[in-house]
Design a protein around this ligand. Structure first.
Ligand code: ADP
Ligand code: MG
Ligand code: MG
Length: 883
């Protein structure tokens, strides 16, 4: 199907404004034309046609051919020119446009319809031969690149050489005859590379371009982007064919991109870049340095070249009117492409603009104040994962900075890492766990995987709307673009930044908020969480049903999490408390003891340490619920490994080294994750859990006695598979509680519950609930045991599994809702059937993942628990899930 837009076309068919049908670009062109904005006439071939084309052996249907012919005729009537007319040709652009914007993924061909004949016609009809030949050479280069698959390097080189020969500095100095000569050379390049001439038949040009857009949907780089962004292949891409308007017709013509608000800060100020006498991609490609759109910005930057506001006041005033109409229509910040042809403004694209997290918050809060949207819309509008950008530390303003270069502040945040000079290296090193900064002259879609792997991105060329800047903002990576003092020597893997010689592997730091590049690593500080962030989080809390807790075991993590709004601890892993110096030797003595007496003696040493840990945590959490998990990992994780460690321990315990090593050897397990761990430890060495329970109750009594809200510990038994296990251990805990309360003459309320992290436990949840006052879904182990996939060994095959769509996402990151989720649902249901008021929560990594949180809401869990930095993400995601 084909839809017309612009000219006298009607725009009342809702399907035409539906992105899933006409793609983002096509739908928005129709909307703009529909609200009366100046849009060059054109038509959209639906996304469905591209899927059909790709599925049915890359052939066009007769119906499509007829529809396109009719639609071309509509453009011809509207513009009053004909495609291929040697006297006065119509030129069109052929543009792709998927449902969601995929920056730079799909290619556009401009100036289609030019050939050796029509170029002469264009020269005569426009009265501007330079313009005509300039357009023709642009067309040949783009068409050759996008449709014919030739490398653009040869073309660019030809232009560079010509300019050098002539002693020109910039493209604008090239004259009509210079471009004509370039066209000749370009045609030769095509003939040489392809063995056939550049296509002169305009119909063939058009269909070639349409086919290329269709096929680009299945290009490698489009596939990578789709995979990274979980975009299904079935969506397909639409094709837009649109009458050309020309920004390169002299000094009253221009092209630009603009945002209705500042995409970095969110400030309510128009923001954009433009170029006089230029076409299409010149602004984005970084070939010429663009000028500021508004006078205020130009003055603030101290730039000399005039802003559009100053140079073209009328067209600019029209543009401001358009900004206003568009924001009111879409009720969101718009990212716009426009062209001015001989003083007249034309709109070429609008879409909801990408923004930094900070800007997203500010815009959402401002728009509520402006009455453009309501609180719920504001809450729904923020991508929870994007908050990550704000929650992480920024550079310490007081730390010394060895600034070696300055570029544009293209995407905020701070990052340090080793320099890498290409995307593949970035990916390899990141996979090994290194922090890397990708440094490129400029980035292109082929670099996406490397940008994703890098902590930050630095480019030598390109503006605030360059590929690097747009993609980095979308990914939340700090980016400094256009740092022109960076020059890269790829052959030697070296680079020069300002006066400094550096090499791949050297550490640098980027500040994406200022554009500074620093040598070495610069320390960071905690983010500011008041202001718009606080406002939006308050709104989120208003609509949220589930509570949000944190996974924390140190007082410091507890404080961080409370600062982020955690309402309790969902998982305190006690084993982490045994690794501190001083404690580990007592722990080792306990593990290696020959009998219960030896173990008890060592545990005596650990008791006061544990008690003070818990007391400190209870104080920090001030009466909020705290779920504490008793010892879980296999004991040998605590054992010494190095000889010196054994020696030290041997002298500490006054036993022989060989004896200790033999004891350690006895603890070896073939499959420790399914071995002697979790509640199995409590069953076989009850004294361990007794000590822990005692420490918890003593601390709880102590802190409750200090006044303030009473402490209500929730004691959690891990890795339970059967009711009987929990029965035994619950009684153990109750016995200890009774002892402590009697000794102290005080008592506290407490709960005993279990983790549901084995499939058997999920299935038997109805019985287990007889013993458990709460369940906490330990979805890390539950995923591991349900899928039969070892978390620690999964990296070798999970990548390909996700690529092939066997799992949509890494099941350790985002809950496998279909499978593991079914176990959670069953367990919740059966648990509630036994004990109506059983408390249900989740404490796996998934508790901080928005899609998994959405599932928890649907399943009716009472709370999710996430690592401290994920708490705000979880609060927002929980609100969105409830709305
Ligand atoms: P992308 O999605 O990469 O931005 P576009 O289809 O928007 O690709 O086009 C690339 C560039 O060409 C943009 O700057 C756009 O404004 C410009 N352009 C597209 N169509 C036309 C047209 N009909 N007339 C003038 N410029 C155009
Ligand atoms: Mg565009
Ligand atoms: Mg576990």
């Amino acid at each position: 199907t084909v839809y017309h837009f612009g000219g006298d076309a009607p725009h009342d068919d809702e399907r035409q404004k539906d992105k899933t049908v006409t793609g983002g670009k096509g739908a928005n062109l129709a909307v703009m034309a529909g609200i009366g904005l100046p849009v060059p006439p054109g038509f959209t071939i639906t996304t469905e046609e591209s899927v059909r084309y790709l599925n049915e052996g890359e052939d066009f249907s007769d119906k499509l051919r007829a529809d396109v012919a009719e639609a071309v005729a509509h453009i011809e009537r509207s513009v009053g020119k004909k495609l291929g007319d040697p006297a006065d040709p119509l030129l069109v652009s052929v543009r792709s446009g998927a449902q969601v914007s995929m920056p730079g993924m799909m290619d556009t061909v401009l100036n289609l319809g030019l050939n050796d004949e029509t170029v002469e016609g264009l020269a005569t009809s426009s009265g501007d031969a330079r313009f005509a030949w300039d357009s023709y050479r642009r067309f040949i280069q783009m068409y050759s690149d996008v449709v014919l698959g030739l490398d653009h390097g040869a073309f660019e080189q030809a232009v560079e050489i010509a300019k050098e020969d002539k002693g020109y500095f910039s493209d604008t100095e090239m004259e009509a005859d210079d471009w004509r000569a370039i066209v000749d050379e370009f045609k030769q390049i095509v003939r040489r590379e392809r063995g056939e001439p550049f296509p002169q038949d305009v119909e063939a040009q058009l269909w070639g371009a349409i086919a290329a857009v269709f096929e680009s949907w299945d290009s490698e780089r489009a596939k990578i982007y789709r995979r990274l962004n979980a975009i299904p292949a079935e969506w397909g891409t639409a094709v837009n064919v649109q009458a050309m308007v020309f920004g390169n017709m002299g000094d009253t013509s221009a092209t630009g991109v603009a945002f209705t608000r500042d995409p970095s800060t969110g400030e309510r100020a128009y923001y954009g870049e433009w170029l006089v006498n230029a076409q299409g991609e010149d602004v984005v490609a970084g070939i010429r340095t663009p000028q500021y759109l508004t006078r205020a910005r130009r003055e603030a930057a101290g730039a000399k070249l005039p802003s559009m506001e100053e140079a073209m006041p009328e067209a600019y005033a029209e543009l401001e009117r358009v900004f206003d109409l568009l924001e009111r229509h879409y009720r969101d910040m718009q990212d716009i492409e426009f062209t001015v042809q001989e003083g007249k403004l034309w709109m070429l694209q609008t879409r909801t603009g990408k923004r930094t997290a900070r800007a997203a918050l500010k815009m959402a809060v401002d728009m509520v104040e402006e009455g453009l949207i309501d609180e719920k819309a504001a809450v729904l509008r923020i991508d929870p994962m994007a908050l990550d950008q704000l929650l992480h530390p920024a550079l310490d303003p007081d730390a010394p900075r060895d600034v070696v270069a300055k570029g544009l502040p293209a995407s905020p945040g701070a990052a340090s890492g080793a320099i890498v000079l290409d995307a593949d290296t970035a990916e390899q090193r990141a996979n090994r766990g290194d922090a890397v900064i990708l440094v490129r002259v400029e980035t292109s879609p082929e670099d996406i995987h490397g940008m994703h792997a890098a902590r930050g991105i630095l480019t030598a060329r390109g503006g605030m709307t360059s590929h690097a800047a747009v993609v980095a903002r979308g990914m939340g990576r700090p980016c400094v673009s256009g740092a022109s003092s960076v020059s890269i020597n790829l052959a030697d893997r070296k680079l020069r930044i300002g006066s400094r010689e550096l090499k791949e592997g050297d550490v640098i730091t980027l500040d994406g908020a200022t554009g500074e590049v620093m040598a070495g690593e610069v320390p960071t500080i905690e983010p500011e969480l008041a202001g718009d962030f606080g406002t939006l989080m308050d709104w989120a809390d208003r609509y949220r049903r589930m509570a949000v807790r944190t996974n924390a075991e140190t007082p410091e993590d507890c404080r961080t999490a409370r600062g982020f709004g955690a309402q309790g601890i969902g998982l305190c892993r006690t084993e982490h408390m045994f690794f501190d110096t001083g404690r580990i030797s007592a722990m080792r003595a306990m593990i290696l003891a020959d009998d219960e007496r030896g173990r008890r003696a060592a545990l005596e040493r650990l008791l006061p340490e544990q008690r003070s840990d818990f007391a400190e945590i209870f104080r920090t959490m001030a009466g909020l619920p705290c779920t504490i998990r008793l010892l879980d990992p296999p004991l040998h994780e605590f054992l010494p490994s190095r000889d010196e460690e054994f020696q030290e321990l041997a002298s500490d315990l006054s036993v022989g080294v060989e004896h200790l090593k033999r004891r350690a050897g006895e603890l070896h397990e073939f499959n420790p994750m399914l071995g002697h761990r979790g509640c199995r430890l409590g069953i076989t060495f009850p004294e361990i859990y007794e000590m822990q329970a005692r420490a918890i109750f003593e601390a709880a009594c102590e802190v409750t006695g200090e006044g303030g809200d009473p402490v209500v510990p929730e004691i959690m038994i891990p890795l339970v598979a059967t009711r009987r296990e929990l029965d035994i251990l619950r009684k153990l805990v109750e016995r200890v509680a009774a002892d402590v309360f009697e000794e102290r003459g005080a008592s506290v309320d407490y709960l005993v519950g279990t983790m549901i992290e084995l499939p058997r436990a999920a299935l038997m949840a109805g019985k287990i609930a007889k013993e458990a006052m709460f369940f906490s879904f330990g979805t890390n182990d539950l995923t591991q045991t349900a899928l039969g996939v070892s978390r620690d060994d999964a990296s070798r095959f999970l990548g390909p599994y996700v690529e092939k769509g066997i799992y949509q996402r890494d099941p350790f990151v985002s809950l496998d809702i279909e499978g593991v989720g079914e176990l959670v649902r069953l367990a919740a249901e059966r648990g509630r059937a036994t004990r109506a008021d059983i408390k249900l929560g989740i404490c796996g990594e998934h508790g901080g993942d928005p899609a998994s949180i959405d599932f928890c809401e649907t399943t009716g869990l009472d709370y999710v628990s996430a690592s401290p930095y994920r708490v705000p993400i979880a609060r927002l995601a929980a609100a969105q899930a409830a709305l």
